[in-house]
Design a protein around this ligand. Structure first.
Ligand SMILES: *Cc1c(COP(=O)(O)O)cnc(C)c1O
Length: 387
């Protein structure tokens, strides 16, 4: 487990309304926020949290969640958005303008790539893909037009753990802002701000929600000027979140470290077992030395998310692999991760990336909170279908 302060996360200096104390904060909902008089309305400051101005720009409930997420991530400022993907879009739109370029890792979260290829390109913002395992290569790609470098650790399908330290150093040496998609690390596996990363984006949909029932994202920073830039774009885009959803995440946050550790332990047990199976050609889990970037993971992280992929032996065709996934009883077929239910998704990487390095079909597993023994038995019966 990392040494982030779970006790501070639970004993947060929230002040209950006078005369009322309970473990959970109340839920405050508003579109209209009422000002005491016209002078107060005229002197409102949309930029900061000194007061409330309009529900879209924050309520006591969303401010509280923002503060707790900043504590989790080790940042000082945070804004909430309606999904992880909108957090990525917010960072792009706050920082980039026509003529600028953004660099994305070549294993970037798919919808981020599509955003760059469509909306960003239409706005005159170009992009190129870099190899996240090659920090020297990234340094070589940065030009005066490069305004943002996205980082992701680990890659969420192929699970490579990048050389974050040197990627960040390469960007910083050229004065380029870095933004990390920290959904996998979740504020627990490693401390991005201590590496000098400027912006941390998090799909709260995953571990912070923990239920598979909330969509939300956050953008956290340490720098006040950078936060203000993001916050102003956030306001102009109208990216509010509902207080009931914010409450669900507040309710789940105190157990995030325990859940993360449980997902991690089961995933490592199952990944190790799958690695012994003849049907499996390769286990892609950052804590295993069969995974690209394992040494980077080892030098930086104290934990891993419950996520890994296996490459099945090349003799199995896509139809057989699909039948294997269909035969799973406890694993559901679906996207996302971080919830109680285990999930499996087959990917044909050759089709996705034209990739020669991945000569077999890959199955990505998100390990939930079921018993590892039951999950193993399920995998075993489904593997028999392959033979
Ligand atoms: C899920 C996910 C997102 C997007 O989150 P949504 O809330 O589903 O939009 C972004 N990055 C990574 C790595 C994710 O896993």
């Amino acid at each position: 487990m990392s040494d982030f302060d779970i006790t501070a996360l639970i004993h947060h200096p929230y002040r209950a309304p006078d005369g009322f104390l309970a473990p959970q904060a109340g839920v405050y909902k508003a579109s209209t926020v009422i000002f005491p008089n016209v002078a107060a309305m005229r002197s409102r400051d949309w930029r900061n949290r000194n007061g409330y101005t309009y529900g879209l720009h924050g309520t006591p409930t969303t401010f509280l969640l923002e503060e707790r997420l900043a504590a989790l991530e080790g940042g000082s400022h945070c804004v909430l958005v309606p999904s992880g993907l909108s957090a990525i879009a917010l960072v792009d739109l706050a920082l980039l303008a026509a003529g600028d370029e953004v660099l994305l890792p070549d294993n970037v979260y798919g919808p981020s790539r599509e955003l760059a290829r469509n909306e960003l390109l239409r706005l005159g913002i170009s992009h190129r893909f870099y190899d996240p395992m090659d920090a020297a290569g990234l340094a070589f790609m940065i030009t005066p037009a490069t305004k943002l470098v996205w980082l992701e650790a680990a890659g969420s399908v192929t699970m490579e753990f990048p050389d974050l330290v040197n990627l960040v150093a390469a960007a910083r040496a050229r004065g380029v802002t870095t933004a990390l998609d920290n959904t996998w690390g979740a504020g627990i596996a490693f401390k991005p701000f201590e590496l000098g990363i400027d912006i941390v984006m998090h799909a709260l949909t995953k571990f912070p929600s923990g239920g598979g029932d909330v969509l939300m994202g956050s953008v956290t920073t340490r720098d006040a000027a950078l936060h203000e830039r993001i916050k102003l774009t956030h306001m102009r885009l109208g990216l509010g979140v509902g207080a009931n959803d914010a409450e669900l995440v507040l309710r789940s946050l105190p157990s995030i470290a325990l859940r993360y550790a449980a997902h991690d332990a089961s995933a490592r047990e199952l990944a190790a077992w799958l690695g012994t199976r003849p049907e499996v050609a390769r286990v892609l889990h950052p804590a295993f030395d069969s995974c690209p970037g394992h040494a980077h993971w080892k030098s930086l992280c104290s934990a891993a998310a419950g996520l890994f992929s296996v490459m099945l032996d090349a003799r199995f065709g896509q139809a057989q692999v699909d039948a294997f996934v269909d035969a799973l009883q406890l694993f559901s077929i679906g996207y996302s991760w971080g919830g109680p239910m285990s999930l499996a998704v087959p990917y044909d990487l050759r089709a996705m990336r034209g990739d020669k390095a991945y000569a077999g079909t890959l199955v990505r597993f998100s390990i939930g909170l079921e018993s590892a023994a039951a999950l193993k038995a399920d995998l075993e019966q489904a593997l028999r279908r392959l033979a």
